[in-house]
Design a binder for this molecule. Structure first.
Ligand code: CP
Length: 319
């Protein structure tokens, strides 16, 4: 995996997963994102770093935040952005993923931003590009199945660093549907790589992967215990579309035990921040009083996402 993501000089060639990326690379991405926040916040209009480059957004699964912020980020770097409408593309007529890629590569693509329901799809594309001598085209994973969502984890790390400064003093809790969540997997790899000394996961047994402790986390099944003294609360969406069979009694029962309410949040440190990657299910994962409350940094996460995606794209293909 590492060889596929980094070129022979140790530079970023593709961004497919956080797993295996060194701390120096994660820190470099966060450092590079910092000056882009001014562009993200419209204080500076546009930069020419991707002028003349074509970025193809290939979203085989729904998205609001990721697709839009990648588009904004690419445009603010002066790239040409092509959003392929999968429903009206030849993919809906049975064309294979790799045939679609070959055809878009023939249109002089420089970067594919790929979201796909199948874990591993962006890896398959990156391997195919290498095998066909097209490794000047970069691939960014915008979420693959239940595997990885690296730019979400990076924007989450940027948000944590913005509010808390030092990763090495923090206790962080990741809460909810860990089993199906590509966001959780990428967050855990990022947090442990960046030196967070205590990463907790809080979930019912049915929503935890087997041997999750091997990822370097402490497991809790009770919210009051798991939230005690934490600095950062990272909520997850219930991935109903990836659940097979009844893993939950009901959304109401889940909310009672694992929904983040002001009363449960009171266990965390007084200055704890609350995060959610979106889309939120209010009243299931999180109470509106918390989502819209003073601890919430959910909307700043989205804005930071533009800067982080600008940093990733400029590191991959910037002039
Ligand atoms: N966090 C996230 O991936 O949101 P979208 O599905 O809206 O892109």
């Amino acid at each position: 995996m590492r060889n596929l993501q980094l070129n022979s000089h140790g530079e970023l060639q593709h961004l497919l997963t956080i797993e295996g990326l060194p701390r120096t690379m994660l820190t470099a991405i966060l450092d590079n994102a910092a000056p882009f926040t001014e562009v993200a916040e419209r204080e500076v209009k546009k930069l020419p770093l991707l002028r003349g480059k074509s970025v193809f957004n290939l979203f085989f699964e729904n998205s609001t935040r990721t697709r839009t912020t990648f588009e904004i980020a690419a445009k603010r770097l002066s790239a040409d952005v092509i959003n392929l409408n999968i429903n009206t593309s030849s993919a809906s007529k049975g064309e294979t993923l790799l045939d679609t890629i070959d055809n878009l590569a023939a249109m002089q693509a420089d970067m594919f931003v790929v979201r796909h329901q199948s874990s591993g799809a962006p890896f398959l594309i990156a391997e195919h590009l290498a095998a066909t001598g097209l490794d000047h085209i970069h691939v960014v994973n915008a979420g693959d199945g239940s595997h990885a969502h690296p730019t979400q984890a990076l924007l989450d790390m940027y948000t944590i660093r913005h509010y808390k400064r030092d990763f090495t003093q923090l206790t962080v809790a990741v809460i909810g549907d860990i089993l199906h969540s590509r966001v959780a997997r990428s967050q855990i790899h990022a947090l442990t790589t960046l030196g967070v000394p205590e990463v907790r996961v809080i979930a019912p047994k049915t929503l935890l992967p087997a041997s999750v402790e091997r990822l370097g986390v402490r497991v809790f099944h009770d919210m009051h215990e798991g939230l005690r003294g934490v600095d950062v609360v990272m909520m997850l969406r219930l991935q109903n579309e990836r659940m097979n069979g009844a893993l939950l009694p009901s959304p109401q029962e889940f909310f009672k035990s694992y929904g983040l309410t002001p009363e449960k949040l009171a266990q965390a440190k007084p200055d704890a921040i609350v995060m959610h990657p979106g889309p939120m299910n209010r009243g299931v994962e999180i109470d509106s009083a918390v989502a819209d409350g003073t601890h919430s940094v959910i909307l700043p996460q989205v804005t930071f996402g533009i800067a982080v995606r600008m940093a990733v794209m400029s590191m991959l293909a910037g002039a």
